[in-house]
Write a protein that binds this ligand. Sequence first.
Ligand code: LHQ
Length: 259
Amino acid sequence: MEGPVLVEAREGWRKITLNRPDKLNAFTIELHRALAAALDEAAADEGCRAVLLTGAGRGFCAGQDLGAIGNEAAGVRDLLTEHYNPLIRRIRALPKPIVCAVNGIAAGAGANVALACDIVLAARRAKFIQAFAKIALVPDSGGTWFLPRLVGEARARALALTGEAVSAEQAERWGMIWRAVDDDALLNEAEKLVAHLATQPTAALALIKRALDASADNTLDAQLDLEAELQKQASGMPDYAEGVTAFTEKRPARFTGRA
Ligand code: LHQ
């Protein structure tokens, strides 16, 4: 029987599909566990140099499965500390690029899981909804951190307080996602992007992720110091030598992705 998460190994990358289509891929504990395991395996596998996250069926993810929780406050907090927060941290700390192909509605924590990914493509039919206020909750899974940074304070406040849906095209115009794509083209576009990323200097890309993550809280001075330190690390890696050699030899680089 198929589980709540499907994992397909491709040439140098993995596709992870949330797989509860009849519930718009809403999160249960089983789905959380399977997704955590899939991400950990992708992180540990040196042969996997990029990850694609998407959803089965017509939705990407409707957030927490509201049929699978009680309304006890401690239980709700535990779900966040034991499952959602580690998931967002896993995605951000993944030492390789993770692309999200938002194939349909992304609501509640589902929207914020998508926003945590490195590059977000969305089908034109997709919508992003900070559904939390509609059930008297607070945006979680990093929503109150990602949204103001991605779309600015004014839009973040209105989206969080009203729970209004944002179309994929609006999300692209606002800089909330990388690109809105025709529905039928989404998977193909996303797979092409991930396959390309899987040929790139993975260890250097992991350092780029670290630098960008740190920038949100750093002063310019601190960020300049961090860039110098990370650049030192990057330039000590074999892919840097290969990149420069390939440039001078006017040929495509053959990166190993290794540190
Ligand atoms: C669902 C869900 C769902 C169960 C659709 N659960 N079945 C963290 C920690 C602790 C506590 C709480 O929360 C969190 C984080 C969160 O994510 S809170 C936010 C939770 N999510 C929501 O509030 C969204 C609820 N869903 C909706 O508002 C709508 O379903 C959306 C706007 C996503 C989609 O609307 P439609 O396209 O009209 O689809 P639908 O409503 O007909 O849903 C299709 C099926 O999926 C339906 O089942 P059924 O058996 O009737 O066909 C829904 O009941 C089920 N479903 N979301 N979150």
